[in-house]
Design a protein around this ligand. Structure first.
Ligand code: NDP
Length: 298
């Protein structure tokens, strides 16, 4: 068997198109969705992520407000900025790029964000709503994974799903989204025993570990759907590096029914979902029933 490759770039382009259409509808009501992006310090990876987010926001017609602050910024300064953004009517979504410098209390900064403007879905109110199965802003990466899964397999109910990783930004929300999709969900982590056996029982494997090629293809149940969240930069020889996922793609592709590549799988969906969350926050602020929220279904 050779798996079909789940094209995250194409899926993200479709979602961005839907976002841009909804932005045009909002223009009829004189609303331009606005995203405030807060970046603290000079971390090169964070700078690239932020530039990609603001570029794609602009392309979709979303206004962005950039706040690039020195690494010396204090928790109090950041909380004060967040309060200002909370009260700014042209800001519908607020994103604080993580990680924050070590001296900053990230949880208290995230807690300051108005949950309605919480574009990343990390606020405890949104986390709680997700767990309760209520309407919530959902973290972008697991939301992107769910969209890719639904596009590949519309009937998720009853499938056995294994989520490897239990972080607050990927693993835990992913597990809740799959539970809400009526999957039977197992969460694995660094203390899990016999991960290969769990993989062998799973119809869906979502790997969010942060270890290059940690999941071997021969662990997989034949015909499994595999979503690889991992982004790992490894040595490619001759002084070069390359990015690989948490799944050993070469062996997994022989066994899975469908698999996301790295790069070009989950990564592009994350930013598209951020734009969707922002436009949905603007839709909610409008309180106009003729303009519905964008739903994470096709
Ligand atoms: P974290 O480091 O926060 O979490 C990793 C999780 O993997 C932890 O729960 C950890 O367990 C678990 N783990 C570690 N080793 C093993 C192991 N040997 N077996 C089973 N589980 C293990 O990472 P994130 O969730 O933030 O990110 C995971 C990956 O996804 C990273 O590669 C990251 O770069 C990527 N990522 C990609 C995004 C995208 O847009 N595509 C967005 C966000 C992340 P424990 O809790 O016990 O320590």
């Amino acid at each position: 068997m050779s798996a079909s490759i789940i094209d995250g770039r194409a899926s993200a382009a479709r979602l961005r198109k839907r976002v841009a259409e909804r932005v045009s509808e909002l223009a009829k009501f004189n609303v331009v969705p606005g995203l405030a992006v807060v970046l603290v310090g000079e971390d090169p990876a964070s700078q690239i992520y932020v530039s990609n987010k603001t570029k794609q926001a602009a392309e979709a017609g979303i206004r962005h407000f950039d706040h690039r602050l020195p690494a010396s910024t204090t928790t109090a300064d950041l909380r004060s900025l967040i309060r200002q953004l909370n009260s700014q009517p042209d800001v519908h979504g607020i994103l604080v790029q993580l990680p924050l410098p070590k001296h900053v209390d990230a949880q208290s900064v995230l807690a300051e964000i108005d949950p309605i403007k919480d574009a990343d879905g990390f606020h405890a109110i949104n986390v709680g709503r997700l767990v309760l199965g209520e309407e919530a802003t959902v973290p972008c990466t697991p939301l992107g994974c769910l969209i890719l899964l639904r596009e590949t397999q519309p009937q998720l109910a009853g499938l056995r799903a294994l989520v490897i990783g239990r972080s607050n930004i990927v693993g835990k929300p992913m597990a809740h989204l799959l539970l809400q999709s009526d999957c039977t969900v197992t969460i694995a982590h660094s203390r899990t025993r016999d991960l290969p056996a769990l993989c062998g029982q799973a119809d869906i494997v979502v790997a969010a570990i942060g270890r290059p090629r940690a999941v071997s293809g021969d662990w997989l149940k034949p015909g499994a759907l595999v979503i690889d969240v991992g982004i790992n930069r490894i040595d490619a020889g001759e002084g070069k590096t390359k990015v690989v996922g948490d799944v050993d793609f070469e062996s997994a592709v022989q066994r899975a029914a469908a698999i996301t590549p790295v790069p070009g799988g989950v990564g592009p969906m994350t930013i598209a979902c951020l734009l969707m969350n922002t436009v949905n926050a603007a839709v909610r602020s409008l309180r106009e029933p003729s303009v519905p929220r964008l739903m994470p279904t096709t």
